[in-house]
Design a protein around this ligand. Structure first.
Ligand code: HEC
Length: 161
């Protein structure tokens, strides 16, 4: 009996562990932005950061639901999906002009590789559209792709602090 139980627990664990680890890693990566005491001077740089922070704010409850830290709520999830679509859709417009600021971590490669940058924004947008917010399982299946699209773009175009 114990044997069968432990097999079952292990199978359950391995099914849940991957999305859990992904969700927690991403949460950490996204919330680890340094506390800023100085202010961004360039308003266009501030606006693109606001867009990114809106994306993060929408992503956090979804990641928490996926990790089981808060209860799945279909209407909160659907609302977060809408906000993620809106934020990812506005990325190209927010970055079109190469504004810079001492506090910005945007890589100059964004404007050298503009087509690849906007392709990454499109990938994020379709991942946001593809989010399944009907069920917790649906969310678990579809959220990792969105998270990877955030982190993938950051790896290429957001400079380390
Ligand atoms: C197409 C590329 C791209 C995608 C996709 C992308 N980001 Fe970003 N993100 C950036 C860049 C570039 C910066 C740095 C902007 C700066 O410092 O001027 C950034 C910065 C941020 C910041 C820090 C903002 C600040 O106040 O300094 C957060 C938070 C963030 N992104 C969250 C997200 C989330 C969540 C997603 C996915 C839903 C996402 N990003 C998708 C390119 C992207």
């Amino acid at each position: 009996m114990f044997f069968f139980c432990s097999i079952w627990v292990n199978r359950l664990r391995s099914r849940v562990a991957t999305p859990l680890v992904v969700a927690l890693t991403v949460l950490l990566a996204l919330t680890a932005s340094a506390q800023q005491t100085e202010r961004v001077e360039d308003p266009d740089v501030q606006r693109r950061m606001d867009t990114m922070n809106a994306a993060k704010a929408a992503l956090v409850p979804l990641a928490q639901m996926m990790a089981g830290r808060i209860r799945f709520d279909r209407s909160i999830a659907a609302d977060a999906r809408k906000r993620l679509i809106r934020a990812t859709r506005s990325i190209p417009g927010r970055f079109r002009r190469p504004h810079s600021d001492p506090l910005s971590r945007a890589s100059p490669r964004i404007w050298a590789d503009w087509d690849s940058f906007t392709a990454r924004a499109r990938t994020a947008r379709s991942a946001a559209q593809g989010l399944n917010t009907q069920t917790l399982n649906g969310l678990r299946r579809t959220l990792p792709q969105l998270m990877q699209s955030c982190l993938g773009c950051h790896q290429s175009y957001r400079m380390p602090p």
